[in-house]
Design a protein around this ligand. Structure first.
Ligand code: BGC
Length: 688
């Protein structure tokens, strides 16, 4: 039905109006369009807008398009709704540490509901980039270093934003970004070149995009960087061969902000016209922010430099997207809707649950949980009362006034018998010190790369002084990337990784510190000894000289241990889980591994059980092990549950030298465990 309408509309459009649909209004960092011209809207020259939030403004601009332009094509309003709209959830990296895709889906749904209630219909999320180098500031925005977990989170977030039908007034269309390999920039530097084997591309970086596409994501954003020498914005292999032909993506591709202009900075094109031709012919449909399509594309099509079919195909997809968003039927936003939706109790409740589940207990020498009747607790450190940083790096319209700092959360939780002191001098007279350190939110996110991923400023010195008091020291870390914290790991009595936990961070930290919530989060990135170890990830390839402590000529460092400070999948609880009874069975097309997990402690808890596999001998060097399944179990005190994973052999293959995906027969090791370094070990064989 809508297809017919799209064709009808297309047949009536001038070339300028067509180009308008491919132009997303925004301000270029190098200049460009500065403010939306109302005449331009009336002329149908803008297809979508970014960075407009007020419902009244949106309706005003929409009215110009719908009622005062020749063809009345509505505008699509887009924004970066990354980890919440006004109810801000933990940064995506933290949320992934919950290993709870259902919860991530719920958070994305709430974000969609709030955003759409104010007129946003398209979000530039989820970011599904794999990040193995935490110098890169955008590690905060993804789901960590693992592809399998990345796939599950990508799928959940797309479903959460879009639902079954994103024309519903509580949903938005999602955008899987940044296509592709963005996390692998040289030196951990944002925007930097990526040079990568096609096998690594297909095995590690593409699968989360495939998962998003299988979940019917409506749009994809091409990335800024050059990939094997070709900017992603002009990369026909990536955008046409792989994205469209192999992965079957039929939706809209939007460039990243100003990236069409940056084709010139890459020196891949010498003129605007060449840049535009390269981008649109490679498969970019919408130019975000550079205004180059607007400036030169119409003339190029008129002269036949860019075939009209190329333009029409892109416009067709954009019109279809607008139909699918329901904009032709409901272009306006109900200006009263947001009042009952935004920051409602239910949303805040989910934000608190999400924050609790995203936090990771890294160390506990029996000191936690604290008693609410402890006489005096010192809550100190540069981030103790920093409500703003809890919002994280991409907090959309989140406000620090709605955000609970850790100091405030602890104050909310304790009984009136407990005194909280917040200044360092008084700390020496307390019963226990809670030191809140880490990164302010502005130290991670886009462009916020670091060469040193330790605690910034003089925070180590500060912790040393606290340690010298001899009092029990609980360190709460708030940060947007995995940190290198060997001193803290050695010297603190307890460590809680709280990340930038969103507006309920403070209450969630208190829930954990006082035992109202039993921590269950597990790391999704390795915590290395030092930034010099990066990129560092658990599923690295086998080497010919694996590190051996006393043998110099093996693969390690002279000045730092090679073992991670905390490994992928690691996280503690206030109870103890025992793993036993591993069983492994093989079928024709899959294997099944099961184990019994028992809660041997006195309190209930949630345990993230992980399944890893290693291909023992293969015709291409394989990772030492890879995550192939996980399950988050709720276990009452004393309860035992048998957990079982069935994995098709097709999940165990790889790309050979000629880029054929193959599954080789042979022996495999399998582990079921609490993290990537521990677990019950078994074997199975694929006979073919
Ligand atoms: C970022 C994208 C974002 C876009 C629009 C770019 O700089 O890389 O992730 O969606 O800006 O704000």
């Amino acid at each position: 039905m809508s297809q017919k309408k799209v064709e009808e509309l297309l047949s009536k459009m001038t070339i300028e109006e067509k180009v308008g649909q491919l132009t997303q209004y925004g301000t270029s960092i190098y200049g460009g369009v500065n403010s939306p011209s109302e005449d331009y809207i009336r002329a149908g020259r803008y297809g979508s807008f970014i960075c407009f939030f007020e419902p009244e403004t949106i309706n005003h601009l929409q009215k110009l398009a719908v009622e005062e332009s020749r063809l009345g094509i509505p505008i699509l309003f887009a924004n970066d709704v990354i980890h919440g709209y006004k109810t801000i959830f933990p940064i995506p990296l933290a949320e992934a540490c919950s290993w709870n895709p259902e919860l991530a889906e719920k958070a994305a749904y709430i974000a969609a509901k709030e955003a759409s209630s104010e007129g946003t219909k398209w979000t530039f999320a989820p970011m599904v980039d794999i990040s193995r180098d935490s110098r890169w500031g955008r590690v905060a925005e993804g789901a960590g270093e693992d592809t399998y977990l990345g796939r599950k989170m990508a799928q959940a977030r797309v479903k959460g934003f879009q639902g079954e039908d994103y024309s519903a007034n509580d949903r938005v269309v999602a955008c899987a970004k940044h296509y592709v390999g963005y996390g692998a920039g040289e030196g951990g530097r944002d925007y930097n070149s990526v040079d990568m084997s096609l096998q690594t591309l297909h095995e590690t970086y593409l699968p989360p995009f495939k998962a998003a596409i299988d979940a019917k994501v409506g749009t994809v954003m091409s990335a800024f960087h050059s990939f094997n020498g070709i900017p992603c914005t002009t990369n026909k292999y990536l955008l046409t061969e792989i994205l469209k032909k192999t992965l079957g993506f039929k939706g809209v591709v939007v460039s990243d902000w100003d990236a069409v202009n940056e084709i010139l900075q890459h020196r891949f094109a010498g003129t605007k016209a060449d840049a535009v031709k390269a981008a649109i012919e490679a498969g970019v449909d919408i130019d975000m922010g550079s205004a180059y399509f607007d400036e030169v594309l119409a003339e190029m099509v008129a002269k036949g430099v860019v075939p009209i079919e190329v333009l029409d195909n892109a416009v067709r997809k954009v019109l279809q997207l607008k139909y699918d968003c329901g904009l032709f039927d409901n272009p306006y936003v109900d200006v009263n809707l947001h009042k009952s939706v935004i920051l409602c109790d239910e949303h805040i409740k989910v934000a608190r649950q999400s924050a609790r589940e995203s936090m990771v207990l890294l160390k506990n020498e029996g000191i936690l949980p604290l008693k609410k009747t402890t006489k005096k607790i010192a809550v100190v450190g540069p981030l103790a009362d920093d409500a703003k940083s809890m919002l994280g790096c991409w907090s959309c319209l989140g406000s620090e006034h709605n955000s609970v700092s850790i100091l405030k959360g602890i104050q909310n939780a304790v009984s009136d018998k407990c005194t909280i002191v917040a200044n360092q001098k008084a700390a020496s007279k307390a019963d226990v010190i809670v030191a809140v350190v880490g990164e302010i939110s502005n130290l991670s996110g886009e462009g916020k790369n670091r060469t040193d991923i330790g605690l910034p400023d003089n925070q180590l010195q500060f912790l040393n002084e606290l340690k010298a008091t001899g009092l029990p020291l609980v360190v709460v870390l708030c940060n947007g990337r995995p940190l290198s914290i060997p001193w803290v790991a050695e010297n603190a009595d307890a460590i809680l990784e709280a990340w930038h936990g969103g507006i309920q961070a403070g209450n969630a930290v208190a829930d954990i510190l006082f035992g109202d919530y039993n921590p269950s989060g597990k790391l999704v990135n390795t915590f290395p000894y030092a930034a010099g170890c990066l990129p560092f990830y658990y599923n690295h390839l086998s080497t010919g000289r694996p590190p051996l402590k006393h043998i110099i000529h093996t693969s390690k460092y002279m000045d730092a241990p090679i073992d991670p400070v905390f490994c992928f999948g690691y996280g503690l609880s206030y109870t103890k889980y025992k793993y036993s009874d591993l069983k492994v069975n093989c079928d024709n097309d899959s294997f099944t591994a099961s184990a019994v997990i028992k809660n041997e402690g006195k309190i209930p808890g949630d345990e993230v059980v992980q399944l890893y596999v290693s291909d023992l001998v293969a015709s291409r060097v394989r990772p030492v092990k890879e995550l192939k399944g996980f399950d988050k179990l709720h276990l009452d005190a004393g309860q035992a549950i048998e957990v079982s994973f069935t994995v098709p052999y097709s999940e165990l293959g790889f790309y050979d030298y000629d880029m054929n995906y193959i599954v080789e027969p042979g022996d495999f090791k399998v582990w079921i465990g609490p993290n990537c370094c521990e677990g019950l070990e078994g074997m199975f064989t694929i006979n073919r």
